[in-house]
Structures are given as C-alpha cells and as structure tokens.
Ligand binder design. Structure first.
Ligand code: URA
Length: 428
C-alpha cells in the first residue's frame, strides 16, 4: 500500500477502505507517513468528504490507536459531554459540576484549542497547579469519590486524534464533518461513557456554519454511537456571538465561576441548564421537566459551585493563586447606538494574532463590557484586551488595533427586530 495512492484516491472523490484508512493513520503514528502527507490527505477529506462507512472506520482505527477506559469500576450512571467548538465556550466548566452535583458521574476527556476555537484543557491548566494528566486508576477513583473529572489525552488514549487534531489546527482542516465526528466520537468512546451529550455549535464562531450542516454532523455522530452501543443526544446552539463576556483561558475560568455563583450572563446559564437537562434526563431516565428543575436547583443553591471547587482542588489546582494580566487596554466606542452584531470569529482571530506563539498563553484574552442588544454611548467602553504580561510578546504593539476591533462590532440606531435564538433544537 502507498500513501500517495491513498491521497490521490481521496482527491479523486473515491471512498477509502478500512485497510487504507488504517494504513494512513497507523503510518502517521509510527512516523513512516510524513506530516505533509497526512496534511494533504486531511485537506482531500475536507474537499471530498467521507461516507458514513469511512467515517466509522476512521473512528474505529483512531480508538484502537490507544487504550480505552473501562468504566465498569465506576459506581452509578455515567454521562459524558462534548462541544464541537466555539468562542468563549466555557460551558463544560459550568455544566459538569451541575450534573455531578445531581448524582450523575461525569468522566470527561477534553482537548486543547483547535484553530480559532478554545479548548477546555487549556482553560483548566490556566489554574495554578491544575493537573490534566493522571493514571486511569486514579481518574476512576476520583470519579467514584467526587463524581467528575476532566483529563487530557495524555494517557495513551486516542493518540491518533491527538496528533491529527494538532495538525488540523495549523493546516486549515478543522471544519470537515467526518473529521470532527471521528475526532469527537473516538475520544468519547475511548473514555467509556454509555451516554453522550454533544453541544453542536452553529454559526460564525463555530466550526459548523449552518443548521443543515449541524444536523448532518449530529446524525453522523448518532450513527457512530449506535455502532458502538452508545446513546448520543445532540443540542444545536447558536455560536454567531461569543458566549458570555470573556474569551481567553484564565478569563473564562473566572467567568465560569461567576455563572456558578449566580452573577454570570444569561446565555451561559441557559445553555448550561439546557445541556444539564439532557444529561440528567438521559442518564436517569427522568422527564426533561424534572431534570431541568434538578439542574436549576443545583446551580442556584450553590451546590454546583462547591462541586467545581472540590473538583479543582482534587486535580491539584489552587483558585487562590489565579492571576490575571495587568497589561490591559480598553477599547471604547466611536459611535452611540444599539449593538446589533459582535463577530465571534473576528474577535477570536484577533486573540489568536496577539497571543503568545511560543507556548500556551493562559492570560491573553478579552472581556466584553457590552453584549448584543446593549446600548453604547460614544466613548463608552466596549471591551478590555488583556495582553499576557508574562509572555515574550508582552510589549507588543498591536497594529491597527482600533480598526480590527471596530470591525468586530456593528452599532445601529435601531435594535435588532428579531430575538436572537440561543438554542435551536435537540437531535437524537
Ligand atoms: N472537538 C474535538 O474534539 N474535535 C473536533 O474536531 C472538534 C471539536
């Protein structure tokens, strides 16, 4: 078998066999296939797609590239959650403690940032001392004791996804449905949960741009789930605008805690509660109404916040040592009016441009002072930019700073007529 033939076969729009997919993935892992060749194959997949059978084979090969967690040692019901990726998406940090404090066990394997979208592991590692890597036995013990845990892919789990994910992030090959579906489902199946709830983000700041694509992606993941005897439920949610007020690792951790203590934004609260409802109803087999009330009580009573603190400290993190950058530049409005658009993708690209390229930058980000629909006066603050005071680019001069940020906002005399829909639909 020859990788060039496989690339050319996909480039011509033909379906690959399981042996060909296995040859490409395993060759990439043992380095007999070069990064450039894998990038080329990924790009061909982006253009020509994969049918359901190929996507299933790809998922299977990826799962078998590493070890798989046996969750049978966990007492109780396990439900896992994943997001297809968004801007300012810190939902997992809010949702998991809600669900765990309602008695569901949540063992979660998360990823790092992918392209312009953020990653839960980077956010958690911005908490001083936080460990995202541990032995499987320790992880299972943690889940049994406190009901939740989040680990990275360092336990030789789905190493194929880990390497392909990193390559996709730098080769413009993030937004292919079969690549997203196989990446997510391989991690979810390897980490063992029988029930999986997926937040499929749709819109300008997401990898999936419209509702039809989101439905297609959901159906691909549901079908893969069936083949592995897993129940998959997808919630389609709006990602045209940034979620909450913060974008950037440590800033998002701080904001997640604000939602947990009752002072966060409504969008984060309602998406978290909706996903919690699905996780609890799927796990416990109760009605959605009942599950919603349980989730709301866990959030509003402060139990979820306590669970979050317990989880952080169990994984070695110390919330008292969180440090934000002190190098802050404010950006003020040149116009007065209603904010009719905030472009999530442009803001995310701005942050990618100004953050450290040397290592993961925990401190760079922005905090919005105004949200969609708010009124702003001339000279009033629209947002603060946090520039990493520790990074090598600490003194960076952001060229066209004002111009770039101005392009992220639309300000009009009149408010948008239609209410923005935050949650579209459930696909199951
Ligand atoms: N999350 C993943 O784990 N993989 C993707 O490809 C997209 C989002």
């Amino acid at each position: 078998m020859n990788i060039v033939n496989i690339i050319e076969k996909k480039k011509g729009g033909n379906a690959l066999t399981k042996d060909e997919i296995s040859f490409a993935i395993n060759g990439f892992l043992d380095k007999t296939i070069l990064d450039s060749q894998m990038s080329s194959l990924l790009m061909a997949i982006c253009f020509k797609g994969m049918n359901d059978e190929e996507t299933y084979y790809l998922t299977d090969v990826m799962i078998n590239s590493g070890s798989v967690i046996d969750l049978s040692k966990i007492d109780g019901i396990t439900v896992d959650k994943h997001s297809t990726g968004g801007v300012g998406d810190k939902i997992s940090l809010i949702l998991l403690p809600i669900v765990a404090s309602c008695g569901i066990k949540v063992p979660k394997m998360s990823g790092r940032s992918l392209g312009h979208t953020g990653g839960t592991i980077d956010k958690l590692e911005s908490i001083p001392g936080f460990r995202t890597s541990m032995s499987i036995d320790y992880f299972i013990e943690q889940i049994n004791e406190i009901g939740m845990g989040i680990i990275s892919q360092t336990l030789n789990m789905v190493p194929a996804d880990k390497r392909i994910y990193a390559l996709r992030s730098i080769t413009g090959t993030t937004d292919s449905l079969p690549l997203i579906a196989s990446s997510i489902m391989s991690k979810k199946i390897a980490s063992g949960a029988k029930n999986i709830v997926i937040d499929v983000k749709v819109g300008k700041g997401a990898l999936v741009k419209d509702l039809d694509e989101a439905r297609e992606l959901s159906n691909i993941m549901i079908e893969i789930g069936k083949k592995f005897d897993r129940k998959v439920v997808c919630l389609l949610t709006n990602m045209d605008y940034p979620l909450g007020r913060s974008i950037g690792n440590i800033l998002e951790v701080v904001e997640a805690m604000q939602v947990l203590d009752g002072s966060g934004t409504e969008d984060l609260k309602s998406i978290s509660l909706e996903l919690a409802t699905l996780m609890i109803s799927t796990g416990k087999g109760v009605s959605r109404e009942e599950a919603y009330l349980e989730a709301k009580e866990a959030l509003e009573s402060g139990r979820a916040l306590e669970k979050f603190k317990e989880f952080v400290s169990y994984q070695g993190g110390n919330l008292n040592y969180i440090e934000l950058s002190t190098n802050i530049k404010s950006f003020n409005s040149k116009f007065s009016g209603y904010i009719t658009n905030i472009d999530a993708r442009k803001l995310a690209d701005f942050i990618v441009d100004i953050r450290s390229k040397e290592k993961i930058d925990y401190k760079t980000g922005i905090v919005l002072n105004k949200k969609l629909g708010d009124f702003v006066e001339v000279g009033e603050k629209l947002l603060d930019v946090y520039i990493n005071s520790d990074a090598e680019n600490n003194n960076i001069e952001i060229t066209n700073y004002d111009e770039i940020l101005e392009n992220c906002f639309e300000i009009s005399e009149k408010k948008n007529k239609a209410e923005v829909k935050l949650i579209y639909e459930v696909v199951e």
